[in-house]
Design a protein around this ligand. Sequence first.
Ligand code: C5P
Length: 234
Amino acid sequence: MSVPNPICVALDTPDMAQAKALAVSLKPYAGYLKIGLEFFYAHGRAGYQAVAETGLPIFLDLKLHDIPNTVASGLRSLMTLDPAPAIINVHATGGLDMMKAAAEAVDGRTRLIAVTILTSLSDDDLWSIGFETTRDTQSHARILAELAMNAGLDGVVCSPHDIVGIRHATRPGFMTVVPGIRPAEAGAQDQKRIATPQAAMAAGADILVIGRAITGAPDPVEAVRAICESLHAG
Ligand code: C5P
């Protein structure tokens, strides 16, 4: 799947005025805006609607993870948002039945994707929570992506390092939405499996999720503009 502008800016702030100001100023350079736990828990549906008024498609990143009935019911409540989110997500580790129930709860206005392995987790982190130690993060992410595809989902959230394996294991058009993006000069912070915007696109990312490298920059508009330019130069 190719999208006109693959940059999805993560509006990770509890401050409504800041989120709205960022949404308006970044609109010329962003393809999507992402609303996550921090903003949605602070401002809920009204906050979502205020950001959606910019007209950019919204990725509502609430990462649902519960039993099938609860996840499906939660998604049905979210599908009454107006406008509907362009993208919404669940955790693939919720399992096949949960993802199938989720896929039934979401209609054609919204793409449903699954988080595979968080980009903040290393091999050691995964093994410490009981994942199979003969497999690394990339293998686990690929297995979870195949499960998401078999459940009827539209794509996955994965690290830049997992894209190539997932592309080989999934059907054409299965989306990869990729956080852990850092321009060469930026620090990793809590992310462990990172790549530059250009490297992630070269690996086959459909959408780049970028937060602090833009919103934490001294001049966020200049930061996103520079990333756009670097993608066109590549
Ligand atoms: O600031 P930074 O660019 O690291 O933000 C990344 C964003 O992507 C955050 O909003 C985070 O919640 C989200 N995300 C992630 N790793 C995932 C899924 C989502 O970092 N696997």
